[in-house]
Design a protein around this ligand. Sequence first.
Ligand SMILES: C[S@@+](CC[C@H](N)C(=O)[O-])C[C@H]1O[C@@H](n2cnc3c(N)ncnc32)[C@H](O)[C@@H]1O
Length: 243
Amino acid sequence: MPTVEWNRRTWGRTHSWERSGDEWAFMAAYCRQPYEEWKGSLVDTLLVPGAARGTSLEIGPGHGRWTEHLLAHSPEVWIVDVNESCLERCRERFADHRGLKVHHTPGCSMDPVPDASVDFLWSFDVFVHLDPDVVVGYLAEAARVMAPGATGVVHHAGKPDWSLRLAPLNRRAGRPGKIAQRWISQRRWRDDGNRSDVSPEAFARWAREAGLEVTGQRTSWGPEDQYTVDKYRDCVTELRKPA
Ligand SMILES: C[S@@+](CC[C@H](N)C(=O)[O-])C[C@H]1O[C@@H](n2cnc3c(N)ncnc32)[C@H](O)[C@@H]1O
């Protein structure tokens, strides 16, 4: 499972960030779409309408692949990351933006972000690697910092609920069990993208328990639903803090 320590090590030390996040073009390749169109459509469909509402908060900005677009539409943008090196890179890259606010989190806290101050929450390519306890912690924090009526878009792992119930059994079966579990939960024999054991149902349940509404869950978007996050069977959940 991708622990907080694994995330710190992988994105803070191992990963080389050769294109500031744009090196992750595989989702677009998987759905046979040009990366720039896939990314542009994601930004226009899911990011801009929320960011235009006011203050935004991004969990796990990395080197700023989406932060750039949040800053183009929000007067104030909080970025929260476990890696100081990622936050430092964003500080340098967006030095001209006075609206950028930064928090280095130990795992899922957002202490300096005031209650009910955020109009839009965004996180892409981050929750897919977060263990359930960290997801639950962040959803509680999201409910605290989101203003009434605020919205959110979170990309996370979307393994079927029923397949996760078989995980303890398969874990006991060693390597063959691991391969079987990957196939039933992600339809993949190899390369699970380091996805955490989270289902759309569990994510929605935890969000509701935290006091948030789930306004939608999707795996695709675009005029012909041609853009997807299906390579590793991911899901995008849209949230709203009740007014
Ligand atoms: C795969 S990178 C994605 C970066 C960026 N969202 C993108 O799509 O280009 C994952 C990012 O999430 C951050 N991260 C991992 N675990 C985190 C956590 N518990 N809280 C905040 N950020 C975290 C990593 O440090 C890294 O910046």
